[in-house]
Design a protein around this ligand. Structure first.
Ligand code: DIG
Ligand code: MN
Ligand code: MN
Length: 388
């Protein structure tokens, strides 16, 4: 029995737009035909996925009539039921239509901002029809190439007004959504507002209902900015704000490649899986990625299966790492505790301050402490290479 076959309880999900990516890029036409959402549901279910997510227009074309919308919704609902698939997350496409060419919620044009609110409320209604409980906001056009218009200041205020408004709409409708804001440093705009996980956490603190709002970090996005995604993820977990996660892979300093999970940075992927599994995060493991443009539909399913399989192999490596006594002994030795020092720096008192100021530290001894990180990292790499 293959130990790495995905099961619904692993909670792997894919956006309709991921496996349905037709392979278009800025320099080339699509290499794959459009994928019907019903077909996507069936194929992902066969691969062992738990659910699918969608932007409003991934499912319902932007110019669909009410009758067409109702038919599409009915067909999709039937497919989900037939294949025991769920829709944990929904979101709005506020980046494709030219109306949003210079932003949606942050646009300098109040008509565009009003349209973006209307489109998002309708998309929240659609997601709620399928039981989605997480609503993602990725501001693909919320940014600038030109700062002279002052949009960077006004934009944040406008974005805050929109999220505050939609939090109240969520409450009024009783949808029970948790909002997950997704940071990205750039692309398609020259610079995107709220570019990193840290920026997003700071922004959430300024909202009227911060408890309703968390983060949807994406592996590729912090990596694009040359940051360590596992560190960003750890901070979001520390803040209790990991409401969703977009898994994929990426070469640093490149455009958003949305590569198959584990295709590039295996060690960061390992620590990502370790954080997700050991933090108690019980949400979807969503792959916001797509097959290489070179691939046909068969390659798309190999891509999707590879995302899930690699996650499960890394989950097994995390267990081996935790069970490896040599590694665990090294980690224990790496952490130095002194009974009379512990706690001194946690929770101020004048007495503690006086005691710390009166102490004598041998900084030369502190500087010559062995930390043994080379060997620890080598053993970690050996776990990943399958020799431990
Ligand atoms: C891009 O990484 C964005 C869009 O794909 C979508 O709005 C969001 C949800 O995963 N991620
Ligand atoms: Mn991406
Ligand atoms: Mn994403």
């Amino acid at each position: 029995m293959d130990a790495y076959l995905p099961k619904p309880e692993d909670k792997f999900t894919f956006g309709l737009w991921t496996v349905g990516n037709p392979g278009r890029d800025p320099f080339g036409e699509p290499t794959r035909s459009r994928m019907d959402p019903v077909h996507t549901v069936r194929k992902l279910s066969e691969l062992g996925a738990w659910g699918v997510n969608f932007h409003d227009n991934d499912l319902v074309p932007i110019d669909a009539s009410t009758a067409e919308r109702d038919r599409i919704v009915a067909d999709f609902k039937k497919a989900l039921g037939d294949h025991n698939m769920v829709v944990p997350m929904a979101t709005t496409n506020l980046f494709g239509d030219p109306a949003f060419k210079d932003g949606a919620f942050t646009s300098a044009d109040s008509r565009v901002r009003a349209y973006a609110l209307q489109k998002t409320m309708q998309a929240m209604d659609l997601g709620a029809e399928f039981g989605a409980k997480t609503y993602v906001f990725w501001g693909g056009r919320e940014g600038a190439e030109v700062d002279a218009g002052g949009v960077m200041n006004d934009g944040l205020k406008r974005f805050r007004d929109a999220i505050n408004f939609l939090c109240d709409y969520n409450h009024d409708q009783g949808y029970g959504y948790r909002f997950a804001l997704e940071p990205k440093p750039n692309e398609p705009r020259g610079d995107l507002f709220l570019p990193t996980a840290g920026a997003m956490l700071g922004f959430i603190a300024t909202l009227d209902q911060p408890d309703m709002v968390g983060v949807n970090p994406e592996f590729a996005h912090d990596t694009m900015a040359g940051l360590n995604f596992a560190h960003a993820l750890a901070q979001i977990i520390d803040a209790g704000k990991l409401f969703h996660v977009d898994l994929n892979d990426q070469k640093m300093g490149r455009f958003d490649q949305d590569l198959r999970f584990g295709a590039e940075n295996l060690k960061t992927a390992f620590f990502t899986v370790k954080l997700l599994e050991e933090s108690g995060y019980d949400g979807p493991r969503h792959f916001d990625a797509h097959a290489l443009r070179t691939e046909d539909e068969d390659g798309v399913w190999a891509f999707a299966a590879g995302c899930m399989r690699t996650y499960l192999i890394l989950k097994d490596k995390v267990a081996r790492f935790a069970a490896d006594t040599e590694i665990q002994d090294m980690i224990r030795a790496y952490t130095v505790t002194e009974p009379d020092l512990d706690g001194l720096g946690q929770g101020y008192s004048a007495d503690k301050a006086a005691r710390l100021k009166s102490m004598t530290f041998d900084r030369h001894a502190l500087g010559s402490r062995r930390v043994d990180l080379e060997r620890l990292d080598q053993l970690t790499v050996e776990i990943l290479m399958g020799v431990r």
